[in-house]
Design a protein around this ligand. Structure first.
Ligand code: SF4
Ligand code: SF4
Length: 108
């Protein structure tokens, strides 16, 4: 995707060392969801819909792949699944702070 943008902008870009992160969204397994609402309460984007003691579901377009729901689900019925990257859902990777970057280089 970044290469296509560079071509559109007329830039010569070497991205051979850069790996695009896999885009993931959460999905609920309906067979084991107990409707405990824990995932619903921690989702930062309100991507999870459901009611107490009802099966919950994830709205894929609103999921940012943070995995917070995975951590709280008591039945492990939430799993992350890869989705196709399109112009609509592609986004820049989160930048790393300079101090963090220097610290990780020092460890290597
Ligand atoms: S991965 Fe994050 S954004 Fe997606 S449904 Fe779970 S808590 Fe919400
Ligand atoms: S945390 Fe798990 S069991 Fe509870 S409502 Fe969410 S998906 Fe269902």
């Amino acid at each position: 995707m970044a290469e296509q943008i560079a071509i559109l902008l007329g830039l010569d870009l070497d991205l051979s060392a850069v790996k695009e992160p896999e885009l993931l969204v959460a999905r609920v397994s309906e067979a084991t969801c107990t409707g405990c609402t824990r995932c619903f309460k921690v989702c930062p984007t309100d991507a999870i819909v459901g009611a107490p003691k009802q099966i919950h579901a994830v709205v894929s377009d609103a999921c940012i792949g943070c995995k917070k729901c995975i951590e709280v689900c008591p039945t492990e019925c939430l799993q992350m699944h890869p989705i196709e990257v399109t112009l609509r859902n592609w986004r820049w990777t989160k930048p790393i702070a300079l101090e963090e970057s220097a610290a990780s280089e020092a460890l290597c």
